[in-house]
Design a protein around this ligand. Structure first.
Ligand code: FUB
Length: 312
């Protein structure tokens, strides 16, 4: 009996140490992690890959929510938002980001506009709102917050995807987004209107997937950047959310079995966590991705140590 007890203790210790749980969600293919902490719980908003094993295109029909209080067990909370939430939207559900302000949850999405009097179709950013982190969410403005302009040769541009919102300590909110070049603008306190012009930046090797946050006195901009064969994660530091941003290098190398990678960061119960996706689940790949978490560590001067990817 004593031996059996020892075995059980040894097994449970092994099971709960570190992130040998990666990928953290195994019942769905998930990508583009957007975690927030609210009421001592981590809510994780994700894209949802449903492409077939042989597909060479995204098929992404809705956004999912999971919650956890231990960063190991993730409870599925449903799919409260999809492009159908927005009467003007059609097509895939790309990266999203949810943020809380004054008890309301604003869910910024990257999707596509129907062809109508406001758009010739193309990438667009919308915002849905709810009183709860898990929904139900409704379209907050009844139209897109950002609609992509067609390129000069009348093609759809890709530069209006991947919104990320940051609220500074003084209450000023900012939205960052982009593909190819990074755009940002101030948001009004209502979180659904821009406050001022759209600004353009060209962070080194920037591709997409910005994520902005503050730690101590420094602002951090993380993004998917151009690696040798696939995307990797670079970061830059500033003393203001408006920049100027100082490029600091790569914090995560390309991931196994996925061309894209996408950052998300939270501090929870005294530890810093880096969320990303790869394609390592059985039958996974660039269009069937899976979210993982690893610890992140800062140096004394605020720079970030390279994140070590852990697998099962
Ligand atoms: O998930 C679709 C797209 O792939 C996202 O919008 C990008 O960030 C990349 O992860």
């Amino acid at each position: 009996i004593a031996f059996k007890f020892l075995l059980i203790v040894a097994f449970s210790f092994n099971f709960h140490s570190g992130f040998s749980q990666n990928p953290i969600i195994k019942d769905f293919f998930t990508a583009d992690p957007a975690p927030i902490v609210y009421n001592n719980t981590v809510y994780l908003y994700t894209s949802h890959d449903t492409a077939s094993v042989t597909s060479k295109n995204y098929e992404m029909k809705d956004w999912l929510v999971f919650s956890s209080t231990d960063m190991v067990n993730w409870e599925y909370q449903g799919a409260p938002v999809s492009p159908k939430t927005f009467s003007w939207a059609t097509g895939d559900a790309y990266a999203a980001h949810c943020t809380e302000r004054d008890g309301k949850f604003y869910f910024y999405v990257s999707t596509f506009h129907k062809e109508d009097e406001n758009s010739k179709g193309g990438a667009a950013i919308g915002v849905a709102v709810s009183d709860s982190p898990t929904g139900p969410f409704v379209d907050a403005i009844g139209k897109a917050l950002v609609v992509n302009e067609m390129t000069k040769d009348n093609k759809h541009g890709w530069d209006d995807i991947d919104p990320a919102v940051f609220i500074d300590d003084d209450g000023q909110a900012y939205i960052y987004w982009g593909n190819g070049s990074l755009k940002w603008a101030k948001l009004r306190d209502n979180m659904i209107e821009m406050d001022g012009p759209i600004n353009y930046l060209n962070p080194e090797n920037f591709i997409e997937g910005p994520w902005v946050y503050k730690r101590k006195d420094l602002y951090y901009l993380l993004y998917a950047s151009k690696g040798e064969k696939a995307e990797q994660i670079d970061y830059a530091i500033a003393t203001s959310p408006e920049g100027p941003w100082e490029h600091k290098g790569v914090i995560m190398e390309s991931v196994p079995n996925s061309f894209t990678v996408h950052p998300g960061v939270v501090s929870y119960k005294g530890k810093d966590y880096f969320f990303y996706h790869n394609g390592v689940l059985p039958t996974g790949g660039s269009y069937r991705r899976s979210i993982c978490i690893d610890y992140m560590y800062y140096n004394e001067d605020g720079t970030i140590q390279k994140v070590i990817q852990t697998e099962e």
